[in-house]
Design a protein around this ligand. Structure first.
Ligand code: NAD
Ligand code: DAU
Length: 347
């Protein structure tokens, strides 16, 4: 099995590449531009493995992507490359439109030309998995869950660009017959998560004795999924998901942000005492504009139709994650040093 993964140097992409190469024994070509969010240090465990190849390229570059298709001849594409941080999309949306919308368009067009050139027997087996987010559905009130049929209602430039890319992916299936499947997942967490996102930011800031910036009153709810559960789900969806369908992915782990931060503080008190309780570093800061109140995924379709189930619950997953950051400063310290956290509540 040959899988072309885009964005494999990012958080979820690197977990997926490790899973496909080390657990499944698939050949993987990782196409990644290595933006600020991508680092090959997340892929040390597959470096030198004959099943793994890396290509540094931009998914917006149609010629480079077509060449990658022609030379690698994938059976599957798993498209994860994206600009992924909501706060950055608010202060600079252009990269989000370019990569998430035009980049997805370029991937779909290159995939279509390649797929159309395949002999019939290979054509039938080809799949294009477009990896997306639950943020396309907008915000929930106190009740209800996002289902695959929930209408799109994105709030941020990030989620609007992902929504646009989902529509493109679906249109390429309906119009051209490209065998596309779409997945929409809730918030991931775990090892190799870039230090600007809530969970790694809180762990690292707590370790450094810096303020822990909680947006608004901290009552916003996210539905957390351990990243390795997501990687496994993506492999199942591309393998057995029905063409033209959407599958929601989530672990039924809803938490208020403030409760997540307090749990991290309690773990840090135990594992890395600071002299005073880490909770005393919590600092309520100005809210994110357009901040969605609550996300929660109904993963019934994926669970019943494809037999996937999340293995990690949040309490064990968050402890593993805190321990991982304490033991792997070599990975996050260079990333933290190199990016400007001034407008992200870091300093
Ligand atoms: P990430 O920001 O950690 O990684 C993105 C990767 O894409 C990086 O390696 C980056 O270098 C690469 N990239 C960016 N622009 C590129 C371009 N133009 N060409 C080639 N490579 C490019 O993102 P992530 O959190 O791993 O998310 C991966 C995908 O999953 C995204 O599509 C995201 O929308 C989706 N998603 C993320 C989450 C989450 O909680 N993180 C949840 C659901 C869905
Ligand atoms: O739901 C899936 C999405 O989850 C993915 O599509 C995105 O790519 C991913 O970044 C994530 O988006 P969020 O905006 O939910 O993640 P973030 O880590 O930025 O924020 C999580 C919550 O924590 C959110 O309610 C905002 C809040 N927050 C975030 C930061 C960085 C804070 O309170 N303080 C912070 O410093």
């Amino acid at each position: 099995m040959r899988v072309l993964v885009t964005g494999g140097a990012g958080f979820i992409g690197s977990a997926l590449v490790r899973y496909l190469v080390l657990e499944k024994g698939y050949e993987v070509l990782n196409v990644d531009k290595l933006t600020y969010a991508g680092t090959l240090t997340s892929l040390k465990s597959v470096e030198g493995n004959p099943l793994y190849r890396f290509l540094k390229d931009d998914i917006c570059d149609g010629r480079a992507i077509s060449e990658a298709f022609a030379s690698f001849r994938p059976d599957r594409v798993m498209h994860l490359a994206a600009e992924s941080h909501v706060d950055r999309s608010i202060t600079g949306a252009r990269d989000f439109v370019e990569t998430n919308v035009l980049g997805t368009f370029t991937m779909l067009e290159s995939a279509r030309a390649y797929w159309q050139s395949l002999p019939l027997e290979e054509k039938d087996g080809f799949r294009f998995l477009h990896v997306s987010t639950d943020e396309v559905y907008g915000s929930l009130g106190d009740e209800g869950l996002f289902e695959e049929v929930t209408p799109y209602d994105p709030s941020s430039p990030y989620s609007a660009s992902k929504a646009a890319s989902d529509h493109l992916a679906k249109a390429w299936e309906r119009t051209y017959g490209l065998p596309v499947v779409v997945s929409n997942c809730s918030n991931n967490y775990g090892p190799f998560h870039f230090p600007e996102k809530l969970i790694p930011l809180m762990i690292i800031s707590a370790l450094e004795g810096r303020p822990l910036p909680v947006y608004g009153n901290g009552a916003n709810i996210r539905d957390w999924l351990f990243v390795e559960d997501h990687a496994r789900a993506l492999d199942i969806i591309v393998e057995r998901g029905r063409i033209g369908e959407t599958y929601n992915v989530g672990g039924r782990n809803e938490r208020r942000n403030i409760d997540v931060v307090k749990r991290i503080c309690a773990l840090m008190d135990e594992l890395h005492p600071a002299g005073k309780p880490h909770e005393s570093f919590i600092s309520y800061v100005q809210d994110r504009p357009g901040h969605d109140a609550r996300y929660a995924i109904d993963a019934t379709k994926l669970e019943t139709e494809l037999g996937w189930k999340a293995r990690e619950n949040f309490d064990t997953g968050i402890e593993k994650t805190v321990r991982w950051y304490l033991e792997n400063e070599w990975w996050w310290a260079p990333l933290r040093k190199n990016y400007d956290g001034t407008r992200l509540g870091l300093v």
